[in-house]
Design a protein around this ligand. Structure first.
Ligand code: PLP
Length: 369
């Protein structure tokens, strides 16, 4: 057994151990854990400093998960099942698909979008893989696939390689992405063998899940360095979570620390309307404030896209603070910078009858002066 498999075995995944290790009364969360599995790796356990801190909230179940909430009443608010042409494959966008290759994760995030099935047994079967390959082969517009789950790095190297090899044989599939929380929660999984196997399947990208600067430890930095040295461009995805990271200073530190371990911030997600996760939701204004606190105040490299994954399967919609373009007309654009100073940009002259895009409007209500 490899070290990472031992680490999984030694994780907290039953309510008696949870009570012993963290003092949460077993009876308080027994039914929750029967419905929504729990797993806390030894690495993540060590990151918890006190009850209710940012790491605790992400992994320790609470009775809140059972409280009804009018807005969060769907198990599949993004309608992934409706957009699934063959089992485990989601085809929502014109040129890219998402494939769930396992239901297992290193930890079970309490706010998970796929809370409806994660943790139950199940890994892509050879028959299912064949269906997926046949579908993608027949749809030559698909040029990008995201391996997801569950967490794709929870399957052993041999199985993961079987999937990568089958996908790489499809000529029009240009890039393969892996979405994973493993480097930040089970860094022992990132081995030389894994990296040597992955780098045979370039162009391969990875998006790693991180929500708090405390998740970036020396072990995690080492794991990310190994992946980056294998030539894998690393991005990050963060979920905006009440009481975990809904603070501009915390987010700024997280984004800066990610860059320091060679991970480029990619997305901050507004929390989805998933049943059992309502207590993590924040207001959208919070996210806009966070983006405003990043843009201009720190490296542009550290500023991810802030997105709402539209309920009902509309896909990710990027949203931006609406107060940077103050005015636009044929002659000029007036813009406001991060210090709230305004500047004029003169437009190039284009004959009116040619300029089909001509606009003239105050974008933001504005006193003329
Ligand atoms: C997020 C997602 C993608 C990828 O979206 P990008 O914006 O290209 O990163 C593809 N398919 C589904 C179903 C998704 O949820």
């Amino acid at each position: 057994m490899e070290q990472w498999q031992k680490d999984i075995k030694e994780s907290i995944d039953d309510v008696e151990t949870l009570e012993k290790m963290l003092g949460v009364p077993a009876e308080e969360v027994r039914e929750i854990v029967e419905q929504y599995p729990m797993r806390i790796t030894p690495h993540v356990f060590k990151l918890i400093r006190e009850k209710g801190d940012s790491i605790w909230k992400q992994v320790v179940p609470t009775a809140e998960e059972d409280h009804p909430d009018a807005a969060c009443d769907s198990e599949d608010p993004l309608h992934e099942e409706k957009d699934s042409p063959v089992p485990n494959l989601v085809h929502r966008y014109p040129d890219r698909v998402l494939l769930v290759i396992t239901n297992q994760c290193p930890i079970y995030c309490r706010f998970c979008t796929r809370k409806r099935f994660v943790g139950s047994p199940g890994t892509l079967t050879p028959e299912n893989l064949k269906q997926v390959v046949d579908y993608i082969s027949a749809h030559t517009e698909i040029r990008d696939i995201i391996l997801s789950g569950g967490d794709p790095l929870m399957v052993v190297d041999m199985l993961l390689e079987r999937v990568l090899k089958a996908l790489r044989a499809i000529p029009h599939l240009e890039i393969i992405r892996i979405g994973t929380r493993v480097p930040g929660t089970l860094p022992s999984r990132i081995t030389e063998n894994l990296c040597n196997m992955l780098k045979k399947y370039h162009p391969l990208y990875m998006n790693l899940h991180f929500n708090h600067p405390d998740e970036i430890t020396p072990e995690v930095a080492k794991a990310c360095g190994m992946l980056a040295d294998a030539g894998i461009p690393l991005g990050s995805q963060t979920v905006l979570l009440e009481g975990v990271n809904d603070d501009p200073e915390v987010m700024k530190r997280l984004m800066q620390k990610l860059l320091s371990i060679r991970v480029k911030p990619y997305y901050i997600y507004q929390a989805d309307l998933v049943k059992g996760t309502h207590h993590f939701r924040t207001r959208v204004e919070k996210g806009l404030k966070i983006i405003s606190a990043l843009r201009g105040h720190t490296s542009g490299m550290a500023v991810p896209h802030y997105v709402i994954d539209a309920p009902g399967g509309g896909g990710k919609v990027a949203i931006l603070p609406q107060d940077t373009l103050l005015y636009l007309d044929d002659d000029q654009a007036i813009v406001k910078n991060y210090e709230e100073k305004t500047f004029k940009y003169s437009q190039p002259n284009v004959p009116k009858e040619v300029n089909k895009d001509a606009a003239s409007f105050w974008v933001v209500p504005h006193d003329t002066d």
